[in-house]
Design a binder for this molecule. Structure first.
Ligand code: HEM
Length: 410
């Protein structure tokens, strides 16, 4: 047992869904990083909290996804009969090479920096229309009335979802996040996941039929054609990955905008600096991603025995949880007060979009959406103030970190 493991006795129970943890996970991460940087949870999972280790694991081929094996270990052999687990097993996010490489290769072109830059005018238009609608009211919920509309609209554009089908998505609930948390789902939560998955499948099968008959310049048409080709994509993979693309950018980008606005309004000096120098927005978004990431963790499985991870030996088939939110506050890489929100901090390279082969496909899109949303809001509503910046209400999920609501007035 190494020095960290011995010190592990002093580490409090890892309980990521406790209200205290949800409200502010960062003091908990600080203890883990200092005392037990590869901590074994009561469920036998390895929690990795330092930047250097997280960054290395994300890029190391000895760590993969092995989703089916991992789910069977956690829930028993019958779990793969649950439709939601079968569907998730086809997500590129849950695949290892070569299937991951094949699936990602089919969509990667739609997300290049160039393609995403070309979307700027449309993103600006959606933000302006959203603000035009709410400005006369004098108040709004920055989550539901502002942040939520943008990512949904843009992903609907990219997937070629017709305008007349969008009302349900705009009114959609944001209940799916628990499925990613490292705390097993209850039978009731699995049933809810199955129901939501069935609804999504029903809708997307209709969309596939439409795009077979009326091809468009969109991702759905592209993937439907790849599926028809036969060798590139199975029907189950097509459905699962469209659902992934639709969902992946939703909650995450809403929360990037929400967490960013909260950080800015809680730090009036930084807010004033950004208002005075709007050209600092790109750096401000990187700092928001670092300071309060909307994705806090991603998991891997050891594909072989690992002899030494911070002095620990980890056998094949173990689950390793990479705490992105903790890595982003590691003083080893951010020596100047990592818990401070500083929009001109030098060398900010957050791990919020992951790293290695699964690096977030939508990273550039999310950055630009957040840039335009936040800078337009500050410009058009300079007198906006939060109704209750001290006690915001967080959503009860750990991996996806974001606010339930953020009421504001002007
Ligand atoms: C602030 C916003 C976002 C954050 C923080 C975020 C975070 C992440 C992270 C951490 C991963 C890697 C997970 C892993 O290593 O296992 C990931 C993967 C992914 N993200 Fe994002 N994401 C965001 C927005 C988006 C958007 C807007 C889209 C698409 C429209 C998107 C689509 C994806 C996809 C498809 C993957 C899987 C890539 C692969 O497995 O190769 N994300 N994201």
């Amino acid at each position: 047992m190494n020095e960290h493991a011995q010190a592990g006795a002093a580490v409090p129970l890892f309980d990521p869904l406790s209200p205290d943890f949800i409200r502010d996970p960062y003091p908990h991460y600080d203890i883990l990083r200092r005392l037990d940087p590869v901590h074994v949870t009561p469920h036998g999972m390895y929690l990795v909290s330092r930047h250097a280790d997280v960054s290395e694991i994300l890029r190391d081929k000895r760590f993969g996804k092995d989703f089916v094996e991992r789910s069977v270990r956690r829930y028993g052999p019958k779990i793969m009969e649950e439709p939601i687990f079968r569907s998730m097993s086809h997500w590129m996010l849950q695949q290892d090479p070569p299937d991951h490489t094949r699936l990602r290769g089919l969509v990667v072109k739609a997300f290049t920096a160039r393609r995403v830059e070309d979307m700027r005018p449309r993103i600006q238009e959606v933000v302006d229309q959203t603000l035009d609608r709410v400005i006369p009211n004098g108040h709004m919920d920055l989550i539901e009335d502002f942040a939520f509309r943008l990512p949904v609209t843009i992903i609907c554009d990219m997937l070629g979802i017709p305008e007349e089908h969008r009302a349900t998505f705009h009114a959609g609930t944001r209940d799916g996040g628990r499925i990613l948390d490292p705390v097993p789902l209850s039978p009731d939560e699995i049933a809810k996941g199955n129901a939501a998955n069935a609804m999504a499948q029903m809708y997307f099968h209709q969309l596939f039929e439409l795009r077979r008959k009326q091809p468009g310049d969109d991702l759905t048409t592209q993937l439907v054609q790849a599926e028809e080709d036969g060798s590139k994509l199975s029907n189950e993979e097509l459905t699962a990955n469209i659902i992934l693309l639709f969902g992946a950018g939703h909650e995450t980008t809403v929360n990037l905008i929400g967490n960013g606005l909260l950080a800015l309004y809680r730090n009036p000096d930084q807010l004033a600096l950004l208002k005075a120098k709007p050209e600092l927005i790109a750096g401000a978004i990187e700092e928001i991603l670092r300071y309060d990431s909307s994705v806090q963790m991603t998991g891997r499985v050891t594909l072989e025995d690992i002899d030494d991870l911070c002095g620990r030996r980890i056998g094949k088939g173990e689950t390793v949880l990479c705490l992105l939110g903790s890595a982003n506050r590691d003083p080893a890489i951010y020596p100047d007060r990592p818990d401070r929100f500083d929009i001109v901090r030098p060398n900010v390279r957050p791990l919020s979009f992951g790293g290695g082969i699964h690096y977030c496909l939508g990273a550039q899109l999310a950055r630009i959406e957040a840039e335009i949303a936040i800078s337009t809001l500050l410009r058009r509503l300079p007198d906006l103030r939060l109704d209750d910046a001290a006690n915001p209400e967080w959503r009860p999920t750990f991996v996806l970190r974001g606010l339930k609501r953020l009421p504001a007035s002007w």
